[in-house]
Design a protein around this ligand. Structure first.
Ligand SMILES: [Fe+2]
Length: 202
């Protein structure tokens, strides 16, 4: 039976985002790992009850299946987010394939950043600002993902993920400091990690 492992991240001191906030945030990540494993472990047991024509058991089975993508994507979104800080802040090299792809799809790197930050800051609700790579069309697609799982793009690879749930920033920033959190995320971002992800899915 599949068991998801909780990954460890080597996160350096960050601009604006406190060690305490990262520690608390990592506990939430661990919760997604635990819950995804629990669903995998418990589902067969509950399915037995559903087979006995217990109408309420079928609700339990249905809800476990429905909510699995919430827990699973909570793992993957956070792994992409935390690993983006590893190695400390690094710029995207001008000659890098990712920078060229961004310039092709968004006219300039600066325009892309402006648009991505605006999407993250102004989209109402809880979720993630994500940059995807569509391998079929060979293009980059920035979208908002509600919660952890609503709005994922099938068969696209996650290149960049920015957690916009309030738990990721309210301990260090007032709710009105959301824009500064986004600025600090990019100031802390190791673009080489993002570049590596992009290269690996080509
Ligand atoms: Fe989070």
């Amino acid at each position: 039976m599949t068991k998801f492992e909780e990954k460890k991240f080597n996160i350096p001191a960050l601009k604006g985002i406190s060690v305490k906030n990262i520690e608390e945030h990592l506990k939430l990540y661990a919760g997604y790992v635990k819950n995804a494993n629990s669903i995998i472990e418990k589902s067969p047991e509950y399915m037995k009850y559903a087979d006995k024509e217990d109408p309420f058991a079928s609700y339990v089975v249905g809800e476990l299946g429905r909510r699995f993508s919430f827990e699973y994507n909570g793992i993957r979104n956070h792994e992409a987010y935390f690993s983006s800080f590893e190695g400390g802040p690094k710029q995207l090299a001008d000659k890098s394939p990712l920078k060229k792809a961004i310039e092709k799809d968004f006219s300039s790197f600066e325009e892309f950043l402006k648009m991505f930050k605006s999407m993250a800051a102004t989209t109402r609700g809880i979720g993630w600002a994500v940059l995807w790579y569509d391998r079929k069309e060979k293009c980059l697609l920035p979208t908002w993902v509600d919660e952890q799982h609503l709005g994922l793009l099938n068969d696209c690879a996650m290149i960049l993920s920015l957690d916009m749930w309030k738990h990721s920033y309210v301990a260090d920033y007032a709710p009105s400091g959301k824009k500064q959190y986004i600025e600090d995320f990019f100031a802390n971002l190791n673009w080489e990690v993002v570049e590596k992800r992009f290269k690996n899915i080509q």
